[in-house]
Write a protein that binds this ligand. Structure first.
Ligand SMILES: *Cc1c(COP(=O)(O)O)cnc(C)c1O
Length: 380
């Protein structure tokens, strides 16, 4: 796909048919009984929640996960019926709104159950909960050794409906042994849940990077998919390692000025780059105010005319200077591609992260609101 010819100065293109293809491939790779939970927090990883969710609903996805109540409220406006799981702990003052919206809570402590019971008592409804277990990440979730007390209390609380139990792996993409250890702790806990209760639970652990969890006797019946549906390849050890998702997002900006500068000219704030030859430079209307980190200064590259153009000097808020000395006839108004394909070349998220000192999730989430989202819904 080539960058489109509209009037924005900096924009991302979201290829919705690519999202469809990715969801289709992932669903096909999952055993039939495994529920696809689409993770759409942080504005669907910067892709725009309403458009992404609408598309996912059309693809048959009926369960979503977000970080917090504000995100869930936006999501509820789009889908009155889908299950929406809150991945983060919920504060007591957020609970009645979350119950009214019909959200699924993540329960991490006994105190949360008390607060939720107090909240639902007055409302005359039951709250749906997933118990989140910390099996070695030290972040949210009840510490695994303390989980039985939470299980018992949820079972004993009539205004709370136990719908799921899950854990999150801290090293799914990097440390197989640690992940196995986390999974075993979790599986042992699952076995301790009475089978008639367990039969009704959504049991999940894996994210996009997760490892094989779906062997014949495994109790897992859901998977939480974020990064992979947006087109980032699974890690080598993933249970979907052979799956090749298509990139969904690409990031572009316009060249706004081209000029000749003599050898010896210093470029940008703090003069971190001095030209070693007479040069032609292009000023591109994109900077850290859009999502190009200063870490990419003097390291990153943009594609113009399908050719790599090194970043010169420090990335500033609104502008980045690139070297086009070896790229003849670049003109103001033309497109520079920061992420994605142009001509025969492509800058991958992995490559962008390499020179930006960030991780793929971060690269996508830090694209700012100033960057216009352009949606392609055609089949390309
Ligand atoms: C964000 C998140 C996910 C999604 O992870 P990806 O690596 O993007 O697939 C899954 N589970 C939890 C608990 C999360 O917070």
């Amino acid at each position: 796909m080539s960058p489109s010819g509209h009037n924005s100065r900096a924009w991302v293109e979201i290829d919705l048919p690519a999202l469809d293809r990715n969801v289709g491939r992932i669903k096909q790779a999952l055993p039939k009984h495994v529920r696809y939970v689409a993770v759409v927090k942080a504005d669907a990883y910067g892709h725009g929640m309403p458009e992404v969710v609408t598309r996912l609903l059309q693809a048959g996805v009926d369960t979503f996960a977000v970080a917090n109540v504000a995100e869930a409220a936006r999501l509820r406006e789009i889908t009155p019926d889908a299950e929406i799981l809150l991945l983060s702990p919920t504060l007591p003052n957020e609970m009645s709104r979350a119950v009214s919206l019909g959200l699924d809570f993540s329960i991490n402590s006994l105190a949360e159950i008390d607060a939720l019971a107090a909240c639902t008592k007055g409302m005359g409804v039951r709250a749906r909960v997933h118990i989140k277990v910390d099996t070695g990440m030290g972040r949210s979730g009840v510490w695994h050794a303390d989980a039985h007390a939470v299980f018992s209390k949820v079972l004993a609380t009539s205004t709370v409906e136990w719908c799921g139990v899950y854990t999150h792996f801290s090293d799914a993409d990097t440390d197989t042994a640690y992940t196995t250890q986390q999974r075993e702790i979790f599986l042992k806990l699952i076995e301790s849940i009475p089978s008639e209760v367990r039969a009704k639970l959504l049991i999940h652990a894996d994210n996009s990077a997760g490892l094989e969890s779906f062997s014949a006797h495994s109790p897992f019946n859901a998977v939480r998919i974020g990064l992979m549906q947006y087109g980032l390849p699974p890690s080598a050890g993933s249970f979907l390692a052979s799956l090749k998702p298509d990139p969904v997002l690409s990031f572009h900006a316009r060249v706004v000025l081209v000029k000749h500068l003599p050898k010896g000219t210093a470029i940008g704030y703090n003069r971190t780059k001095v030209l070693t030859r007479d040069s032609v430079v292009a000023v591109v209307a994109v900077g850290y105010g859009d999502g190009v980190p200063t870490a990419a200064s003097n390291r990153g590259q943009f594609l113009i005319h399908g050719q790599r153009c090194p970043i010169l000097g420090r990335v500033s808020m609104d502008q980045t200077v690139v070297d086009v000395t070896d790229n003849p006839n670049v003109a103001a108004g033309e497109v520079a591609t920061i992420l994605g394909a142009q001509g025969k070349d492509r800058i991958t998220v992995a490559e962008f992260c390499g020179w930006s000192d960030c991780i793929p999730w971060e690269a996508l989430c830090t694209l700012t609101q100033r960057v216009q989202r352009v949606y392609r819904s055609d089949r390309t």
